[in-house]
Ligand binder design. Structure first.
Ligand code: 4AD
Ligand code: MG
Length: 463
C-alpha cells in the first residue's frame, strides 16, 4: 500500500482512498467503543485525524499505549470527516505501534511550553508545532536561495571550513589543532610551535567563505557559497550564534550598486517563495508568534528598500528624539539599537546603509576617492538589525596592500588573494546574508537559538 505524507493527504486525499501513514501521535481521545488520534509526520503543521474503532484487531492491545509521542503506522481508508476542523480523516484498519512514549516522563505533553524550556530538550523540540513550522520555513528559505542563484547562472562553490586566514580581521576565531593540549610543543622563545601542528601553521574554523569565493568568481564570474561559519564572539544576544550559516554571492564585473540591486531582489524573491510554499506555517507565525509577520513579508516584497549613506544615517541618528545607550558620532560603528531605529522606527522597512568609515570595516572593502570611506553596504531589517553585510572589493593591488598593512595584517599571508589583483583583476562585489537572521526575520521568532536545530552559543553545545 502507498505510504503517503500527511501534508499531501490533507491537500488532495479523497474519500475511499486506501493508504498507509507513519508518524508520531500528538493527541489521543478515547471514547466509548472507539478513539481518535492525531498523527503528525513533520510534513505539515496540521495533523491527520485517525478514527480507530474497537473492532480494529490491534485495538485492545495497543490503544492504551498510543500516547503523545508514540511512533505509529496506520493503514486505513480515507473518509469525509463528520467533525469540524478537518475535511478528511483516516479510518484505521490496521495499527502498528513502533515506539511507545511513557506519558509519565515524555516531556512534550499537550500544553504550551516556553521556548526556554524547549531549548533544554533540543532533541525533542522539533516535534512541536512551532519548531515544525520553523524548520519547514528554514528548508523553504534554503530551497529559495539555491533556486534564485541557479536561475541566474551563479555557480554554487564549496569553500573550506578550515582556513588559515581571518577574513573579517576581527580575531573572533576558533582554533583548529591536533596538538596535545596537555603537552604543547614550544619553540626556543616559548611560542607555540605550530610547525608541529597538523597543517604546519595556525588554522581556524572559517568566519566567512568570501576570500575563496572571490577566487572562484575570478574564474566563473558569478558564484555563491552557502555553508556554516564560526565566530568565537562572546555575545549572548538574541541575534548571535557561534556557528551560523551564511550565503555569500560574489560577482565579477560588478560594483556596489549592482551588489545592492542583487541583494534586494534576492530578499524579495525568498519572501515570495516562502509565502507561496509555506502559507500555513506563515499564517501560524502571524497568529502565534508575531502578528506583523505577514504584513512585513508584503512590505518587503512590494516596497523599495531605503538607501542612504552612513554619513546621512549618522545625521538622522543625531537628530533622533530617542535616547540611545551607545554614542552616535561619525566614525563609530552603528549598534543594533541604531540599526533598529533606522529600519523599524524611521523608515519602517529595510534600509541599506552604504559608504562606512574605512577604519571600522574589513581590509578588503574598496576605498573611495575621499580616502575616508569604503564602498560597503549593510542591509538593516526591522527587529533584526543587520541581516546582510557586503561591499565592493578593493581590486587595486597597491591600495589593497596598504589596507592590509594598515589593519595590522601581513600581505605575505594573503599572497594568493593579492595574486587575484595581479592577474586579471576586475571590479567585483558580494555580500553575506546571515541565514538564521533571515529565518528570524521571516518567522518573527525572537531568539536566534530557536531558528537553528542545534544552536551553538557561549557555554552551550548540548545535543
Ligand atoms: O557582516 P559580516 O561579518 O560579513 C562577512 O562575513 C562578509 N565576509 C560577507 C561577504 O561580503 N561575503 O557577516 C555577514 C552576515 C551579517 O550581516 C549577519 O547577518 C550574519 O552574517 N552574522 C551572524 N549571524 C549570526 N550569528 C553571528 N554571530 C553573526 N555574525 C554575522
Ligand atoms: Mg557586518
Amino acid at each position: 500500500m502507498l505510504n503517503r505524507r500527511i501534508a499531501e493527504i490533507l491537500r488532495s486525499g479523497q474519500p475511499d482512498e486506501s493508504l498507509l501513514v507513519q508518524g508520531w501521535v500528538r493527541t489521543k481521545r478515547e471514547l466509548k467503543g472507539f478513539a481518535f488520534i492525531e498523527i503528525n509526520d513533520g510534513s505539515s503543521l496540521a495533523n491527520l485525524q485517525v478514527v480507530i474503532n474497537e473492532d480494529v484487531p490491534e485495538y485492545e492491545t495497543t490503544i492504551k499505549n498510543l500516547n503523545t509521542g508514540a511512533a505509529v503506522e496506520v493503514a486505513g481508508v480515507l473518509v469525509a470527516s463528520q467533525g469540524k476542523g478537518q475535511r478528511i480523516e483516516l479510518k484505521a484498519e490496521k495499527l502498528k505501534l513502533y515506539g511507545e512514549a511513557d506519558p509519565e516522563t515524555y516531556p512534550l505533553q499537550k500544553k504550551r511550553h516556553s521556548f526556554e524550556f524547549l531549548r533544554t530538550i533540543g532533541h525533542l523540540r522539533s516535534r512541536t508545532n512551532s519548531f515544525g513550522a520553523v524548520f519547514r520555513v528554514r528548508n523553504a528559505c534554503s530551497a529559495a536561495i539555491h533556486q534564485f542563484f541557479q536561475e541566474r547562472g551563479f555557480l554554487w562553490v564549496h569553500t573550506p571550513i578550515i582556513t588559515a586566514s581571518d577574513c573579517e580581521g576581527a580575531g573572533e576565531l576558533f582554533n583548529v589543532t591536533s596538538l596535545d593540549l596537555k603537552n604543547i610543543p614550544r619553540t626556543e622563545n616559548q611560542a607555540i610551535d605550530y610547525s608541529q601542528d597538523f597543517f604546519g601553521k595556525p588554522t581556524y574554523l572559517t568566519v566567512s567563505g568570501q576570500l575563496e569565493a572571490e577566487v572562484m568568481a575570478m574564474a566563473f564570474g558569478n558564484v555563491y557559497t552557502f555553508g556554516p561559519t564560526f565566530r568565537a564572539e562572546n555575545s549572548n544576544t538574541s541575534r548571535h550564534l557561534a556557528e551560523f550559516w551564511m550565503v555569500e554571492p560574489e560577482m565579477a564585473f560588478c560594483d556596489l550598486e549592482g551588489d545592492m540591486d542583487l541583494a534586494e531582489a534576492f530578499l524579495k524573491y525568498i519572501f515570495e517563495y516562502v509565502l507561496a510554499k509555506c502559507p500555513e506555517d506563515m499564517e501560524f507565525f502571524n497568529q502565534r508568534i508575531d502578528n506583523s509577520v505577514l504584513a512585513t513579508a508584503e512590505n518587503i516584497i512590494n516596497n523599495q528598500f531605503e538607501r542612504l549613506t552612513y554619513t546621512d544615517a549618522i545625521k538622522l541618528l543625531e537628530k533622533a528624539d530617542v535616547k540611545f545607550d551607545y554614542p552616535v558620532s561619525w566614525g563609530l560603528d552603528l549598534q543594533s539599537e541604531h540599526e533598529r531605529y533606522l529600519a523599524e522606527q524611521l523608515f519602517k522597512k529595510p534600509v541599506i546603509v552604504t559608504d562606512y568609515p574605512a577604519q571600522i570595516k574589513a581590509f578588503y572593502m574598496r576605498l573611495s576617492d575621499d580616502e575616508k570611506t569604503v564602498r560597503a553596504m549593510d542591509i538593516l531589517a526591522p527587529k533584526i538589525g543587520e541581516i546582510i553585510g557586503g561591499s565592493q572589493r578593493e581590486e587595486r593591488l597597491d591600495v589593497l596592500e596598504r589596507r592590509i598593512i594598515a589593519q595590522g595584517m601581513k600581505p605575505e599571508d594573503l599572497w594568493w588573494y593579492l595574486d587575484l589583483r595581479r592577474y586579471g583583476t576586475v571590479p567585483h562585489a558580494g555580500f553575506g546574508l546571515g541565514f538564521e537572521r533571515l529565518v528570524q526575520f521571516m518567522t518573527g521568532m525572537g531568539n536566534i537559538r530557536d531558528v537553528i536545530p542545534f544552536p551553538r552559543t557561549p557555554q552551550n553545545a548540548e545535543f
